[in-house]
Design a protein around this ligand. Structure first.
Ligand SMILES: CC(C)(COP(=O)(O)OP(=O)(O)OC[C@H]1O[C@@H](n2cnc3c(N)ncnc32)[C@H](O)[C@@H]1OP(=O)(O)O)[C@@H](O)C(=O)NCCC(=O)NCCS
Length: 161
């Protein structure tokens, strides 16, 4: 799977992809225009093979992480037709490795309390639930999950190098 950092010219496609996956909870274009250039963050996307070749491929996955001692997974999404092939897991792994490489001491995220698929993905990576934000979303609570270096396969690999 090939991931590449997003570029300023990607903002409109990212906003469309985000809206397809998250509907009313998606970020508006203006937020994506800032996100693609914001310092201290990394957004990675996966594209399908473009057809014809000189055009842009379709965005099939998108994830982001904010760096710092307490890093944060900002978003992760895979197009519906491309799910359950390991793309989400690989993307999360890349974001986690980047956060450790940038000096994170722990990684946090918020996930819908009803979002069981996403919670399983995060649990597989070693995240555990550490809190709950009531009514964080218009129709749901958020669970706060945390990854400690000792629970992270990506961190163990880094230490062995
Ligand atoms: C959550 C999400 C990112 C997962 O993406 P994904 O690409 O399907 O993730 P993976 O393929 O790595 O894992 C999903 C499941 O497929 C399984 N899987 C992975 N590769 C597989 C393969 N080759 N064959 C069969 N199953 C496979 C995984 O074991 C996992 O199973 P589980 O959920 O029972 O544990 C995706 O469902 C999504 O975009 N959801 C909507 C947006 C969302 O909720 N994002 C999180 C916001 S906090």
């Amino acid at each position: 799977m090939r991931f590449r950092p997003v570029r300023p010219g990607d903002a409109a496609r990212l906003a469309r992809f985000d809206a397809r996956v998250f509907g009313p909870d998606a970020w508006p274009l203006a937020v994506w225009q800032q996100a693609v250039e914001a310092p201290g963050q990394l957004y990675l996307l996966v594209e399908s093979e473009p057809e014809p070749p000189q055009t842009a491929g379709e965005v099939i996955a998108l994830g982001g992480v904010g760096f710092g001692p307490e890093a944060e997974i900002l978003t992760i999404a895979v197009a519906e037709q491309a799910r359950e092939r390991g793309i989400g897991g690989e993307l999360l792994s890349e974001l986690i490795a980047a956060a450790w490489a940038e000096g994170a001491e722990a990684i946090f995220l918020e996930v819908r309390a009803k979002g069981e698929e996403a919670q399983r993905l995060y649990q597989r990576a070693g995240f555990t639930v550490v809190g709950r934000r009531k009514n964080y979303y218009s129709d749901d609570d958020a669970l706060i999950m945390k990854l400690e270096p000792s629970a992270s396969a990506e961190r163990k690999q880094t230490n062995e190098r």
